[in-house]
Design a protein around this ligand. Structure first.
Ligand code: VGL
Ligand code: ZN
Length: 198
């Protein structure tokens, strides 16, 4: 079963969005064209409540990109983004969402962030995506989306740990690059962990 996993292709991660990924919109025509080659298409959606602990606005005196501790885990603070039932959380309008077979939301618990589509950042709770994919007989995943250096990376690392064979479609991914070279480092880390970067 050729399976495409689309990570967080949502308005807030597109140019003009609350947590814009540079050139994030460039992946959409690439992803739309890729879809025809796959039997199963699964998407993740960052889906935070307004009081989410990853938002700088919920920590008095904190700034974007500060590092704090949240419930015992290191946490980068972000602008308010992908709030449930807001326009910013919707898929980018040019994405061909009709082809998506199943959606998994993440980042719902206000006490913990969830970069990976499989588990929260503490591996405390599963989204159910791994179990769902395995129940359908999926063994290989091709991954595209944003951000290469956060949600794509952690999803890919968890997918490998869960025993999936993983291919990252680099031209269908874009990253935040908070630090220079973060995207390159993320791709290298995924490669080291056993992913194919294509
Ligand atoms: C993401 C930061 C915060 C992502 C989500 O989709 O990569 N990054 N929430
Ligand atoms: Zn988020």
């Amino acid at each position: 079963m050729k399976t495409l996993l689309l990570i967080d292709i949502q308005n807030d991660f597109m140019p003009g969005g609350a947590l814009a990924v540079p050139d994030g919109d460039e992946i959409i025509p690439v992803v739309n064209a890729l879809m025809v080659d796959f039997d199963l298409i699964v998407a993740t959606q960052d889906w935070h409540p307004p009081d989410h602990g990853s938002f700088a606005a919920n920590h008095p005196g904190a700034k974007f990109f500060d590092q704090i501790e949240l419930d015992g885990l290191p946490q980068t603070l972000w602008p308010v983004h992908c709030v449930q039932n807001t326009g910013g959380a919707l898929f980018a309008p040019s994405l061909e969402t009709r082809r998506i077979d199943r959606l998994f939301t993440k980042g719902i618990n206000p006490r913990i962030d969830s970069y990976s589509g499989f588990f929260d950042n503490g591996h405390r709770a599963s989204t159910g995506m791994g179990e769902w994919l395995k129940a359908r007989g999926v063994r290989q995943l091709s991954v595209a989306g944003v951000a290469t250096d956060y949600c794509v990376k952690y999803t890919v690392l968890d997918a490998l740990a869960e025993g999936f064979e993983v291919e990252v479609i680099a031209e269908a991914c874009r990253g935040v690059n908070l630090g220079a070279g973060d995207v390159e480092c993320a791709l290298e880390e995924m490669r080291q962990a056993g992913a194919r970067i294509v």
